[in-house]
Write a protein that binds this ligand. Structure first.
Ligand code: HEC
Ligand code: HEC
Ligand code: HEC
Ligand code: HEC
Length: 137
């Protein structure tokens, strides 16, 4: 009941703000996610969500929900809900090839590059090249 109410409140908020938010809450924490559908130039990217939640806090990636934790009741908006065909031209698009214009390239590749710089033994483990993320199958 409480959850239904919370959800209704969030839907109302979302409708009011005009944004689109998916229906998964932090309680439905994904383990593995296939990131796909932003374009067809490169193969999809397998993302181990569970391992990454041990590597950094939720808000590092879910930047619009800075206080998010695994215990939060709030609904979690997917990246694509805002980054696929973004409303504003200055918002990074997940269909972009450029390292500086694609939100995943900025965030994911960016952290991996920083980590490898700090600890060279992570080279090959934290992917920084196209083929390591966009694995051909
Ligand atoms: C750290 C992982 C990572 C690395 C490294 C990376 N990408 Fe991506 N890239 C992604 C993710 C995640 C997406 C979103 C995929 C989707 O949802 O379709 C993406 C999307 C794309 C897209 C738009 C979708 C498509 O297939 O048309 C292109 C083009 C692309 N990447 C090219 C590249 C190129 C070229 C490189 C190397 C210079 C590269 N990527 C390196 C993770 C990565
Ligand atoms: C390293 C980046 C990263 C971290 C850290 C992270 N997430 Fe995610 N999360 C993602 C990505 C990427 C997706 C897939 C989004 C998409 O499909 O657009 C996702 C998806 C989700 C989803 C599913 C949303 C849906 O509707 O499908 C939930 C729930 C979620 N995350 C909760 C959390 C919580 C809670 C934490 C912290 C305990 C967390 N995430 C930490 C990147 C991250
Ligand atoms: C509710 C909408 C929304 C959601 C959900 C969202 N973003 Fe964003 N994001 C934005 C907007 C708008 C901007 C551009 C304005 C800004 O920089 O805040 C942005 C900017 C970014 C940037 C560029 C910031 C910089 O430092 O250059 C990255 C990277 C990014 N988002 C990654 C992600 C990832 C990864 C996810 C999912 C885990 C995600 N975003 C979820 C709306 C969203
Ligand atoms: C806060 C830093 C950080 C962010 C942000 C981050 N990663 Fe990672 N990622 C790592 C580290 C560190 C490793 C390697 C850890 C190891 O093997 O010891 C890694 C490893 C990986 C691997 C190899 C398999 C695995 O999980 O061990 C993939 C694929 C990957 N990341 C994809 C992504 C994608 C896609 C995103 C963005 C949605 C992302 N990462 C965001 C730090 C990060």
């Amino acid at each position: 009941m409480r959850r239904a109410l919370t959800y209704a409140a969030i839907v109302a908020l979302v409708l009011a703000s005009g944004a689109f938010v998916s229906t998964a809450s932090a309680a439905d924490l994904p383990t593995n996610v296939t990131l796909e559908g932003c374009g067809t130039k490169q193969p999809p990217v397998d993302f181990d969500h569970a391992k990454h939640t041990e590597r950094t806090k939720c808000g590092t990636c879910h930047h619009t929900q800075a206080e998010l934790t695994a215990e939060s009741a709030e609904e979690v908006a997917t990246c694509v809900s805002c980054h696929k065909d973004p409303e504003e031209a200055k918002t990074p698009s997940c269909a972009e090839m450029s390292p500086k214009k694609n939100p995943y390239h900025i965030k994911c590749m960016g952290c991996h590059k920083d980590e490898v710089k700090k600890d060279a033994s992570l080279k090959g483990k934290a992917p920084t090249t196209c083929k390591e993320c966009h694995v051909k199958k």
